[in-house]
Design a protein around this ligand. Structure first.
Ligand code: DON
Length: 598
């Protein structure tokens, strides 16, 4: 589970708040780079009609197959999500949860929230040991870390509401991949080797993902018959099978036997949500831009709008310019301080979305930044968000549209020939989630660690300080950083983006938006550009290895504590060429993403 990279990064959070909390996280995007940036593709993949960008070529191809058979972007996105559950077991999933942001060619937008929820028996202090200290293992590995999965319910809702095909049809590629098998890539073989210690603790994980201890080699065919059988049952009977049928019984039996909390009742009660998207307008380079992004329980959409508002009047020149890096990092610092105080599940907490995303509030916050000198996080606290003018007088709008009755984390983007677009990020939380594989053949999440596992103490995987409003309670959704986002330019679809990476999701997504909208980079350059991240606590700026030493020194001279990191984020984006309408697939080369179009 642990790489030295992130232990290094997160150990410093622990030293700031609780010196004895050991932390680790294995997300691929934190790994030291294996391929020099100069070998990365310079150009996006061009497609006249449609494009799918994911972490895995087989996942992208599954989406293209469905598009070519006449499906729309939502059909293709659901096909991708099921296919990645087979070929990208680190993050693709049916045992986790996620978000799907949809913008249809006719202008309609929606946000499907199929985030996991805490089981009924979960309690606020369930990860705190009798000595009062946080049990930093229990919320990230094993049965107790598992929250009620949402993916299958969300994907069925997506296809029923906005798709044109039947669930069984879009699941076809995934079933084939699980049943016939697929060639183990170098990336997968290496990843499974790294995860060996944690996966071998669980017999089904060991059997399937470690080849019964013999380990998978590059080029071996990995078949997943139990998963194929589960997918077939879902294809035949719908999501109800997962939540009340044989799959539910298998999950509940595993849980009861091994100390997990998820029960048949929890599964039967799970409901995805349909939420109103967040929107904000900007002007840049003579164009009108609209950012369409993720509402709570994502913290990311609020953070991105708050940050873009704060940066509205700041001249940004690019990431070779230390003052631009400084201003964005100071913005991130303040946005993350607000995240820690205010963001939580909106169904149970009163999240001040209107105030946090108000431009007058952003102006006040931006006024606290010294453009020459780094602030100290000790002196930066959450602000007092407030709306302005007429908006201040009205009641805050509810972000919940309706209950979804009817019809390692990974981000993928899809645009179809008609111009429908999907940005989706879904996750098991840590790479390989809880590392527990259900007897039904799929990995289960460890999403419980996204709650405030102990107030005032950083969570185990990402070192995030979070509020009491995000405390563990039955049926609550843990706060997320996942931020699928879509940009419109002069009213037309322009950019589809998002990333994995825990809190670095927000920074990686924000930087991709700035690169495209403010700096005018072309699509692949916007993804390749070096990334940095500041999350308030720890008081450090993390920079990718591509930054020259001169930037590091200049930031230090301004008072920043600088840490180098291998990868920040894995952004799989699609841009639209404003002149030709071509789809520009820009997959993230940091971990061999693949854009496939036609
Ligand atoms: O929802 C969240 O913010 C986290 N569970 C995301 C985890 C993540 O991105 C890990 N992987 N890369």
């Amino acid at each position: 589970m642990t790489t030295w990279m992130c232990v290094l990064g997160l150990a410093s959070v622990a030293s700031l708040v609780t010196p004895d909390v050991a932390q680790g996280q294995a997300a691929a995007e934190y790994r030291t780079r294996t391929e020099a940036a100069k070998q990365w593709p310079r150009e996006a993949v061009r497609g006249a009609k449609a494009m799918v960008a994911t972490d895995e070529e087989l996942g992208s191809k599954a989406g293209v197959e469905i598009l070519k058979r006449g499906g729309n972007a939502v059909d293709a996105a659901v096909a991708v999500a099921f296919a990645l559950a087979v070929v990208e077991p680190a993050a693709g999933n049916i045992g986790g949860g996620g978000f799907m942001l949809v913008r249809l060619a006719d202008g309609r937008t929606t946000f499907l929230d199929y985030r996991e929820v805490a089981p009924g028996a979960a309690t606020r202090n369930m990860y705190i040991k009798p000595d009062g200290k946080l049990d930093e293992q229990a919320s990230v590995i094993g049965y107790k870390s598992v929250a009620v999965p949402g993916t299958v319910a969300g994907l069925e809702l997506a296809v029923k509401t906005y798709g044109t095909m039947k669930l069984a049809e879009v699941m076809g590629p995934a079933i084939r991949l699980a049943e016939d098998g697929f060639a183990v890539s170098e990336k997968l073989a290496q990843e499974l080797q790294r995860e060996k210690t944690d996966l071998e603790r669980f017999p089904v994980s060991r059997r399937i993902f470690l080849n019964d201890g013999k380990m998978w080699k590059v080029g071996d065919t990995l078949k997943e018959p139990e998963l194929a059988a589960t997918l077939k049952r879902i294809a035949q009977k719908g999501a109800e099978e997962f939540y009340s049928g044989e799959t539910a019984r298998i999950i509940a039996a595993d849980m009861a036997k091994s100390g997990g909390l998820v029960t048949l009742e929890d599964l039967a009660a799970y409901k995805p949500r349909v939420r109103e998207v967040l929107r904000a307008k900007y002007e840049s380079s003579g164009h009108e831009w609209e950012v369409v992004t993720s509402p709570p329980p994502s913290s990311g959409g609020v953070a991105i709008i708050e940050a873009l508002n704060m940066l509205k009047d700041v001249p940004l020149k690019g990431w070779g310019d230390v003052e631009s890096v400084h201003m964005v990092a100071e913005t991130m610092r303040r946005v993350f301080a607000d995240r820690a105080a205010y963001l939580a599940d909106p169904d149970f907490a009163n999240v001040p979305v209107a105030g946090l995303t108000a431009s007058c509030y952003a102006k006040e916050l931006a006024g606290t930044i010294d453009a020459q000198r780094a602030s100290s996080s000790k002196d930066v606290h959450a602000g007092k968000p407030h709306a302005c003018g007429a908006a201040a007088a009205g009641a805050p709008p509810s972000t919940l549209v309706s209950l979804g009755e009817g019809p390692h984390t990974t981000h993928f983007s899809v645009v179809d020939a008609a111009g429908n677009a999907v940005a989706s990020t879904y996750t098991l939380n840590d790479n390989y989630g809880s590392h527990v594989t259900s007897a039904a053949g799929f990995l289960l999440n460890d999403e419980m660690d996204d709650f405030t596992t102990q107030p005032g103490v950083p969570n185990a995987l990402f070192g995030l300080i979070q509020s009491d409003a995000n405390a563990i309670a039955p049926g609550h959704r843990p706060l997320s950083s996942m931020t699928p986002t879509i940009l419109l330019r002069d009213g037309k679809l322009s950019f589809v983006t998002g990333s994995p990476g825990g809190p670095t999701i927000i920074s990686a997504t924000l930087l991709s938006v700035i690169n495209w909208m403010r700096l005018g980079m072309d699509a692949q350059a916007a993804i390749n550009a070096p990334r940095f991240h500041h999350q308030w606590l720890p008081d450090q700026i993390f920079i990718e290895e591509d930054f020259p030493e001169s930037t590091e020194k200049a930031l230090e001279a301004r008072g920043f504590a600088v840490k180098r990191r291998g990868h920040i984020g894995l952004v799989n984006a699609i841009g639209i060429d404003a002149k030709t309408g071509e789809r520009l697939g820009a997959a993230d080369p940091r971990d061999k993403g693949a854009a496939v179009g036609y």
